[in-house]
Design a protein around this ligand. Structure first.
Ligand SMILES: Cc1cc2nc3c(=O)[nH]c(=O)nc-3n(C[C@H](O)[C@H](O)[C@H](O)COP(=O)(O)O)c2cc1C
Length: 198
């Protein structure tokens, strides 16, 4: 396994939360200009970063059970090889799943939505429902879906503040995404979020 430590996220900004709420828009056209590892770090932290010594994160989680995982399919990021990486919030690091360019496969799995291919990266939020339904029964299903929304919105607002465009994509074939990410049947892809400079 290959672990890539991420740069420390930044906790201050001159871009207000109100301005991010005002300006956030789904962006489906991107510049091919690469993103930086600092930007990837900041976006992942916004989505699921650990913000408390007991492990609590930027987004709320039913029972603090944290059923979400975030992957990032890297196409063009300075100083980071193309490949699929999994975010480890506890150590704020990336774990290499596999090297290579998978954006085209992702695009096909997403019913040919061009923006999935044209972003320089694509985040994938998955949910492991069992982690939450074990405690909350079938109501846990909705909790996991809600949590994906929280994490995605955090990422979108952070992207807006960094002048990075992105869009939440819910239309794709689950099993094709599972194959690309090499994840098990109990892990459900919930959102694709292609991103790039505007
Ligand atoms: C659950 C969900 C699924 C979505 N799926 C897609 C999608 O598959 N493809 C896409 O281009 N946009 C998708 N969107 C983005 C919406 O089209 C977009 O949010 C809507 O048009 C409102 O525009 P705005 O985000 O700029 O406010 C999705 C949004 C949500 C909340």
């Amino acid at each position: 396994m290959k672990y890539i430590p991420l740069p420390e996220p930044v906790f201050n900004s001159s871009f207000s939360i109100e301005k991010a709420l005002l300006k956030r828009r789904s962006i489906r056209e991107f510049s091919p200009y690469p993103l930086s590892i600092e930007e990837i770090s900041q976006l992942l932290w916004a989505a699921q970063g650990v913000t408390h010594f007991e492990g609590f994160r930027t987004a709320p989680s039913a029972g603090a059970l944290y059923p979400l995982e975030i992957y990032v399919v890297i196409g063009n990021v300075k100083n980071l090889k193309q490949g699929i990486y999994k975010y480890n919030p506890y150590h704020h690091e990336l774990i290499l799943v596999k090297s290579g360019d998978y954006k085209n496969e992702l695009y096909q799995a997403a019913l040919g939505q061009e923006w999935v291919k044209n972003g320089v990266v694509c985040f994938v939020i998955t949910g492991v429902y069992d982690r939450t339904t074990r405690k909350y029964g079938s109501r846990g299903i909705r909790y996991v879906d809600m949590e994906a929304g929280h994490a995605a919105q955090n990422l979108l607002l952070q992207a807006t503040a960094l002048n990075i465009g992105c869009v939440t994509v819910g239309a794709f074939y689950d099993n094709q995404i599972r194959q690309i990410l090499e994840i098990d049947i109990d892990e459900f892809p919930l959102y694709l979020i292609p991103a790039g400079k505007i």
